[in-house]
Every structure is written in structure tokens, then in C-alpha cells.
Design a protein around this ligand. Structure first.
Ligand code: ADP
Ligand code: MG
Length: 696
């Protein structure tokens, strides 16, 4: 058996493989492209493509694909084989530089929000050489960005790469002001903790709701849930351990730095976290991780549920996005420093993030908005829909001292002067353990906790990078023009904290009183996707994206349409699935049971003249529940039909939220009550108990 160190990255055309397989000059040219984004000319691309192909064939690959992330949120691929016919009726295996750097998938069926109607019908994919090619199954996958011929982004990666360029540019300006001239590039880094559920596949296969929507639309609570907290960090069952071991092996081969794994709070819920890496690579790796989790689960007779809320009444699944900014000289810009100057620089970057999160709280909320995530945010679950920041008591004390121009340490009477005084050391632990904050400073990075488990991390990081870049731009403009750097720096940090401290909240984010307090502070509480999206095209948001060249206004409008449409379509599928399950499974099952009860009632009466009280009572109750369920099904059908007459997508989304979802909830209540009264042998669906405690 080979060791982890030998197999790690064995399916990746990474740095060491390139070094080994490419001629020296080609390798150097590739390095320049990867590190500094230098254009790769076709000659070099041809050499790289050929080496890549030979390597891939050695590893058993027969096909290649441009692997990309369309607006559906999952990855897309279209395989082409390497074969090329020769004159003697045979084939050779070929892969050209042109095929490597550019592809033309038929894009007409990907969501474009009307972009293609106004521009080109087709799109093309372009290689992102900073994310290594890898082999999946028998296919060499080339990570790419996906654009229309007019240059409009049709995917989630293009804007992410653009946002990384922006923050690079602005952070470099700021660093220069602090005398850091050796830094040539700044990149954001991300590590995402991925939560998921595992249930037995044979149970999944018997539930249309899971098959069509990824979540249970019916289901009474099981007698036991997560109340004992006995699952969190509990010992991992052998079957799950075997699954995790296979997942790790697959991910390591793909060069994904899978690091930690543990049981989560809800029964059947688990988490996997990698070691952080550059944001675009982290985004690719997270997509791969989600795919590997699902594929490996099937091999173990399990299904991995990535939906944000597969089960009512127990915790949903999120994805914590740990984010920081690092220089190519290895400095983490969100790490408090050792010297006054380093500290001043840290405080400036910190205030930039504070200002960015406050000013663009709506966009951050939107970047995590989805029908699935609405069940977590704004539904009394971690974290709330209000965006706020936790920075810990130590750092808060320092910011307060700066803001109020008072002394931080009462023993020292001196005022805290940025750039002059050394800041006290903040012990990491004191910043680490607020679990309820949507956006928490955890010592040397921020943890954005609002992302849903199935989301692509690209959206959130595009917003975060762009917003911080915009603020840094303003800071750099101001400080570059300054004649007294230290004073102006001090005042800038002080004023930024004064203006934006409302976003800082170090208390319990689950507390009801916080929501009231947040409202008083003027923070937004956008509980659902349609409410959040209503802010997407606000003037300041259009300005942010267009001025930073992340999106044109047309691209923004198309994205807005796609997000709303997606929401409506998902709810529509859920509603139709409920109607189908109710009419064809639940109501008939209850009816059969009622008949059997009625038969018993009649038989007992006839043979003994007695009343079969259990049967009679249950029969009556279930009969009336079934009548009520029928009425609710009809009401839901009417609600669904009502959607057909609404043309405007924003109104349609609100209609689904205000009319269809409540009708779904009403039907569920009745059906779930029937479940609790129907004999197990009659109930057509695996129960919550079966699913949540079924992996043994
Ligand atoms: P938690 O305590 O929140 O459960 P862990 O420490 O297990 O978190 O995971 C935190 C995640 O943050 C890991 O994926 C880790 O690699 C990542 N991380 C650490 N430092 C950075 C950084 N500088 N930038 C981005 N992510 C980071
Ligand atoms: Mg975490």
C-alpha cells in the first residue's frame, strides 16, 4: 500500500509534476503565468497540453473536459476524447494548446438571465492556470472560467477571479504606504468547513422529496433528536469512518488538503474541513469535495445530503468560510503584528473589513441567499439573518480606546496612539469561541458563517473581496495624498470605527433581544431570499460592482433574474412534490389504514357487540385528518396555479414566499400528525427516526 505522502496530489498536474514533465523553459513560463497571471502563448500551451495528455493517459485517462462553474451553482463538464483519426484508419491521442486554453461548450441551456438573448448565443471557457488540472475517473479536467463572446461572465468563477485582482491591486497600494515594497502580490485565502448528512441509500430511494428536492417535505419528529448533544464530536461509527477514510483518500489524490472530520450537532450530521488555500483554488476544491462526498457515499450504500435543511427540527447544514488576506512574502494581513507599524497596518486592514461588512451587509446577505438557506438564517438557527461582526473583547477594548480617544490600559495613562504604541497581545483563545456570530474574527482570519452547505463559496468571496477592495481603494486614495501619514492614519482608523461600530456585536447572536437591538442600530434583517434580493440592484451595489469591473450592469441584472428564477423554480418543485406525495402516497396510505380500522370496528361490533375503542377513535381522527389534508392539498394546488399569472420575477418570488410556502407548511402539519397516528406497517415513507438513526 502506498502512503498518503506518495498518493497526495497523484491525480493533479501540479507543480512537481510540471517540473518533472515540462522542459525547463516551458516550466518557467508556466510559473510566470500561474504566479503573476502572465499571458501564456500558444507555443508554450502546446507543449504543456502535450505533456498533460501523456501524463493523463499514463494515469488511465481517455478524455478531457473544461470543468467550469455555471450559474447553476454546481460544476459542469462535457467530455471530449483525446482520439484523433489517422490516414490508416487508426487513431492517435492528441491534445493541443488551443484545446487546453479555450473551449466552446454548447452553452445554450445554462442559465444566463437573458444575457444570451442580448449578446451571443454561445459562450467559451478559458483556462484558469492558477488552479491545477486534475483527473476524475477517466477524464482530465481543466479548471476554467466561462464567458460569453461579449465578455460577460456566465459563471461564478470569472467574477471571483476579477475580485481577487481588485483586492490585490488595492491592498498593494496600502502596503506600499507602510513601506512593504517587497510584496508583489496579495491574495485572499479561504478554508471552508463543509457540513453534510449521511443516510442509508435504501431509505433515500423511498422518498420522492429527498430525490427531487434534497430535503424532507414531510416527516414527524422522531422521539429522539439532537437534545442530548450526544452526537457532536462523538465517536465516529465504523461505517461512517470507512466512508470518511475513502473520502480523504480520494480528496488527497486530487490535491485537496482534507484535514479535519467530526460528527456535528444533529444526528447523522458530519463535517469536513480542509487546510486553507488561495480563494479560487479553495472554491474549486470545495466543489470537488461536495462531488467526492456524494460519490463516495453511494459506494458505501449511503447518500450524502448537502441541502441546508434536510430535516425539520434538527440543525441544518452550513459552510463556514474562513477568509484572510496574505502576501506573497508570507504575511497574513489579518494577523496582529509585533511592532507598532505592523499593528497599525493590521488595524487598518481590520477597519477596512469592518467598514466593508457594514456598508455591504446587504450584498453579503444576498451572497448566501437561497431557498434552502432561508430555513437556517432567520429561522432561529445559527446564525441569524442579521449580518454583524464579532471581534472579541480584547480587540474590542482596543477599538473602543481608539474610537473614544481614551486610554486602553488604565494603568498606563497614555492614550493609545496608532503607529506609535505597541498594542497589547491578544490571546487567540479569547477571540475564538463565539459560535453565534455570522462574521467572526478568529485571531488571524474572519469566519463568515452564513453560507449554506450546498452553496458555491464563489459568490460570498466575490462580494467580500470586492467590498474590501473598494474600501481599501478609498483608504489608499486618502493616505497617498496625506502629508502627515501617522496622524492621518490614526484619524482614518478612528473615524472608520466611529462610523461603522454598529456592525460590531460581541454578544449572543441567537438572542431575541439582539434582533431588536440590531434594528435600533439600523442593521438589515433580511429574513428570506426575495427580501434580500430586493437590495441587489440598489444604486450603491451597482456602483460597487461596475466601478470595480466585477460585473457590468447588464451582468448584474441577469444575475438578479437568475437568482430570483432559481428561487421560484425550487419552491415550485417542492410544492409539486408535496402534492404528488400527498395525493399518491400519504392520503391513500391513511385511507387504507382507516379501512382496516373500520373493518375491525365492524367485526368487533358484530362478534361481541362491543365497541373497538382504539380503532374507533383512531379511525375518526385519521378520517378527519385526511379530509383536512385533502383540503390543504387543494389549497396548495390552487396556490401553485396562482403563480402562473404573475409575470414579474420579483413579484413571483414574493408570491412563492408569502402564498405557496405557507400552503406547503399547512399541508405538512396535517400530514405529519397523520403519521403519528398511522400504524407503522401502513406508513409509506421512511421516518425521521429511520433516517437520522439509520446508519449504524
Ligand atoms: P473551527 O474552530 O471553526 O471549527 P478549524 O480551526 O477546524 O475551525 O478550521 C478553521 C478553518 O480555517 C480551516 O479550514 C483552516 O485551514 C482555515 N484557516 C486557518 N487560517 C486561515 C487563513 N489565514 N485564511 C483562511 N482560512 C484559514
Ligand atoms: Mg468554524
Amino acid at each position: 500500500m502506498s502512503t498518503v505522502t506518495e498518493t497526495f496530489g497523484s491525480l493533479v498536474f501540479g507543480d512537481s509534476t510540471m517540473k518533472e514533465k515540462l522542459p525547463k523553459e516551458t516550466y518557467k513560463a508556466m510559473q510566470r503565468t500561474i504566479k503573476n497571471g502572465k499571458h501564456l502563448d500558444l507555443e508554450v500551451a502546446n507543449v504543456v497540453a502535450n505533456a498533460m495528455k501523456d501524463w493523463a493517459i499514463e494515469k488511465g485517462a481517455t478524455h478531457f473536459t473544461h470543468w467550469f462553474q455555471p450559474m447553476t451553482g454546481i460544476t459542469a463538464e462535457k467530455h471530449d476524447s483525446f482520439i484523433s483519426p489517422t490516414s490508416d484508419g487508426k487513431v492517435i491521442m492528441e491534445f493541443s494548446g488551443k484545446e487546453l486554453v479555450r473551449g466552446e461548450p454548447d452553452a445554450s441551456s445554462f442559465p444566463s438571465g437573458g444575457l444570451r438573448a442580448t449578446f451571443e448565443a454561445r459562450g467559451y471557457t478559458a483556462w484558469d492556470p492558477s488552479s491545477y488540472a486534475f483527473i476524475k475517473g477517466k477524464t482530465l479536467c481543466i479548471p476554467t472560467a466561462f464567458c460569453s463572446y461579449g465578455g460577460e461572465a456566465l459563471d461564478k468563477k470569472t467574477p471571483l477571479l476579477r475580485s481577487m485582482e481588485r483586492i490585490n491591486k488595492q491592498a498593494l497600494r496600502v502596503l506600499k504606504l507602510f513601506g512593504n515594497t517587497d510584496v508583489t502580490s496579495v491574495k485572499t485565502t479561504v478554508g471552508c468547513e463543509q457540513e453534510y448528512f449521511l443516510i442509508p441509500k435504501e431509505l433515500f430511494d423511498r422518498r420522492k422529496d429527498l430525490i427531487y428536492t434534497g430535503r424532507t417535505l414531510f416527516g414527524a419528529k422522531s422521539p429522539k433528536g439532537q437534545e442530548l448533544d450526544d452526537h457532536y464530536f462523538g465517536s465516529i461509527k465504523p461505517r461512517v469512518a470507512a466512508f470518511m477514510s475513502d473520502v480523504n483518500e480520494e480528496l488527497w489524490k486530487l490535491g485537496v488538503l482534507a484535514k479535519t472530520e467530526h460528527n456535528e450537532v444533529a444526528p447523522a450530521q458530519h463535517e469536513l474541513a480542509p487546510i486553507f488555500t488561495t480563494t479560487n483554488i479553495a472554491a474549486d476544491h470545495n466543489q470537488l469535495t461536495m462531488e467526492v462526498l456524494q460519490n463516495v457515499a453511494k459506494k458505501h450504500g449511503l447518500v450524502c445530503l448537502l441541502h441546508e435543511k434536510p430535516f425539520a427540527g434538527v440543525n441544518g447544514s452550513g459552510k463556514h468560510n474562513n477568509w484572510s488576506i496574505s502576501t506573497d512574502t508570507g504575511v497574513n494581513l489579518l494577523e496582529p503584528g509585533e511592532t507598532p507599524y505592523e499593528n497599525a497596518q493590521f488595524l487598518l486592514f481590520l477597519s477596512a473589513v469592518i467598514k466593508a461588512v457594514d456598508e455591504y451587509q446587504d450584498l453579503l446577505r444576498i451572497s448566501v441567499a437561497s431557498a434552502g438557506n432561508d430555513h437556517r438564517l432567520g429561522a432561529n438557527e445559527a446564525p441569524p439573518a442579521v449580518v454583524s461582526m464579532f471581534i472579541g473583547d480584547e480587540l474590542n477594548g482596543i477599538l473602543e480606546a481608539i474610537e473614544s480617544e481614551s486610554s486602553y490600559d488604565v494603568k498606563e495613562k497614555e492614550l493609545l496612539r496608532i503607529g506609535v504604541h505597541i498594542l497589547p497581545k491578544f490571546p487567540k483563545d479569547s477571540t475564538d469561541r463565539n459560535r453565534t456570530s455570522p462574521f467572526a474574527f478568529t485571531g488571524n482570519k474572519f469566519e463568515f458563517r452564513m453560507l449554506g452547505s450546498s452553496a458555491s463559496v464563489s459568490d460570498a468571496n466575490t462580494v467580500l473581496n470586492t467590498a474590501v477592495a473598494e474600501v481599501l481603494k478609498g483608504f489608499a486614495d486618502q493616505l497617498e495624498a496625506s502629508e502627515d501619514f501617522e496622524t492621518d492614519l490614526h484619524n482614518l482608523i478612528r473615524d472608520t470605527i466611529r462610523e461603522h461600530k454598529r456592525i460590531i456585536f460581541n454578544g449572543n447572536g441567537y438572542d431575541e433581544s439582539w434582533i431588536a437591538e440590531a434594528e435600533k442600530r439600523g442593521l438589515l434583517n433580511l429574513k428570506t431570499t426575495p427580501e434580500a434580493l430586493a437590495h441587489f440592484l440598489d444604486k450603491k451595489n451597482i456602483a460597487l460592482f461596475t466601478e470595480n469591473q466585477i460585473f457590468s450592469e447588464t451582468e448584474l441584472r441577469s444575475r438578479y433574474e437568475i437568482m430570483l428564477e432559481n428561487y421560484c423554480k425550487l419552491i415550485n418543485i417542492e410544492a409539486l412534490t408535496m402534492v404528488d406525495m400527498a395525493r399518491r402516497e400519504i392520503l391513500p396510505a391513511v385511507s387504507s389504514y382507516v379501512k382496516s380500522l373500520a373493518d375491525t370496528v365492524a367485526a368487533v361490533k358484530e362478534t361481541s357487540g362491543c365497541e373497538a375503542s382504539f380503532e374507533l377513535e383512531t379511525m375518526k381522527k385519521l378520517n378527519s385528518l385526511n379530509a383536512s389534508a385533502l383540503a390543504k392539498v387543494k389549497a396548495l394546488e390552487t396556490a401553485v396555479i396562482g403563480a402562473k399569472s404573475i409575470r414579474d420575477t420579483a413579484s413571483l418570488a414574493l408570491y412563492y414566499k408569502d402564498t405557496v410556502i405557507p400552503a406547503m407548511n399547512e399541508l405538512r402539519i396535517v400530514a405529519d400528525e397523520s403519521e403519528t397516528l398511522t400504524a407503522e406497517s401502513y406508513w409509506p415513507l421512511p421516518t425521521y427516526g429511520d433516517m437520522l438513526f439509520g446508519v449504524r
